[in-house]
Design a protein around this ligand. Structure first.
Ligand SMILES: *Cc1c(COP(=O)(O)O)cnc(C)c1O
Length: 405
């Protein structure tokens, strides 16, 4: 085995296909979001660019309440939490945050984990391996963190066609009411920006005695009168067995969690290796997340502004005949349909127009549906939208990208 050749060839393959990942080197500047400093790889001086693809959807990562809470937690409690909760105990900010998150979702309990990825992986792998003869029924577009957790559980897995409730029902019927069944799905799917029919899915879970697991990562902070997610907006939160979320997207910090009935949360706390054997979040992170969740429970200003901006951007793209995909959510995907072209469009926007939008290629999306994914926020003003539309039209015509979605 020639190790070096193997690694180099694998990378060359990615490059040849146009899907080698390059991450822009960005320096965020407090008070200037969505602008940031871009540090070019060639050592040229840094320059200001506009970020159009951040999942800090509402700019909470720079909110004064969040920064104040983080700073005073550092001053008061220092850097790290001191290890795993299993060995070193819970920080009281972890406990306070769990109470806040349980309340956000109308549940009695919540469990904090180090990321949304870890929360999905840990919970699904634990439930899938412990529930006797369990089958996990998984939406075909579920996130990698769910897929890896399900795989690790070694439970039987059935894939249901994306958001297709008839197909889900056929699978549930086939499995029968006796068998342990977890229906795992998301609310907002972040690449197409479409939204699951949560109520109908829960009807089926109830009818066939299945356990529901809902990833609201892209919806927490964003939907519902208190930012509890699409299940809150649709009035069905109390019917979901486990709601999973992140503190790293709309809440602007880092961390993940589940919210559920106490015995479910206690089960994952007691058997979930991805919770037990890893150190807990620094207190400052929990403090920032707590401030962010509390703020967005009470304030609708950010959500309303974000929605208006997303609607405006979508309308402007349509007017300009740009191939914007239809989506009922806050995400604005623009179809390119070719990996090399997608990368080239993204490069030109960055190098020639000071606009940062990451290309989304396979395996994040199916081949042939490569796209640019825009996440307008409350702070993307009209001037930034004008500049974006002009720049997109220039790049589209220079590269000859199709205008038909
Ligand atoms: C980002 C993401 C996650 C992972 O959450 P992190 O907190 O970033 O680890 C889980 N599910 C979905 C659908 C995501 O997009």
């Amino acid at each position: 085995m020639n190790y070096n050749t193997f690694f180099k060839d694998a990378l060359a393959g990615l490059k040849a296909e146009g899907r080698y990942r390059v991450f822009a080197n960005l320096e965020r500047i407090v008070g200037k979001f969505p602008k940031a400093l871009y540090h070019p790889d060639n050592g040229e001086a840094p320059r200001e660019i506009t970020v159009w693809c951040s999942n800090d959807y509402l700019g909470m990562g720079q909110h004064p309440k969040v920064l104040d809470a983080m700073q005073s937690a550092i001053t008061g409690q220092g850097g790290g939490a001191g290890g795993t909760r299993n060995i070193s105990g819970s920080n009281h900010l972890h406990v306070a945050l769990e109470h806040e998150l349980a309340d956000l979702h109308g549940k009695e309990a919540a469990l904090l984990m180090t990321s949304g990825y870890v929360a999905n992986w840990t919970t699904l792998s634990t439930l899938g391996s412990k529930l006797p003869d369990c089958v996990i029924i998984s939406d075909s577009q579920n996130h990698n963190s769910m897929i890896e957790g399900m795989r690790h559980s070694k439970a039987e897995r059935r894939i249901w066609n994306h958001n297709d409730v008839d197909h889900l029902e056929a699978i549930l019927k086939d499995l029968g009411p006796q068998r342990a069944k977890i229906v795992a799905f998301e609310s907002v799917y972040s690449m197409d920006g479409d939204i699951a029919p949560i109520g109908q899915i829960l009807d089926l879970c109830e009818k066939y005695n299945a356990f529901s697991y809902l990833d609201e990562v892209h919806a927490v902070g964003m939907y519902g009168p208190r930012g509890g997610g699409v299940a809150e907006r649709d009035g069905v939160m109390d019917r979901v067995d486990i709601i999973q979320g992140t503190l790293a997207k709309a809440f602007g910090v880092i961390g993940g969690y589940i919210a559920a009935k106490p015995e479910i949360v206690d089960f994952v706390r007691s058997f979930g290796n991805g919770f037990i054997f890893t150190s807990s979040q620094p207190p400052s992170i929990a403090a920032g997340a707590l401030a962010s969740v509390r703020h967005l429970k009470e304030s609708d200003v950010e959500r309303a502004a974000q929605k208006e901006r997303a609607d405006t951007l979508r309308a402007r793209m349509r007017e300009a005949d740009l191939p914007v995909m239809d989506a009922p959510s806050h995400i604005v995907p623009l179809m390119v349909g070719d990996p090399a072209m997608c990368k080239e469009a993204s490069d030109r926007l960055l190098f020639e127009h000071d606009i940062y939008v990451q290309p989304i290629n396979y395996p994040t999306v199916p081949r042939g549906t490569e796209r640019l994914r825009f996440t307008p926020g409350p702070l993307h003003n009209d001037e930034l939208i004008d500049h974006l539309i002009d720049s997109l039209l220039t790049v589209w015509s220079k590269l000859g990208i199709s205008k038909v979605a």
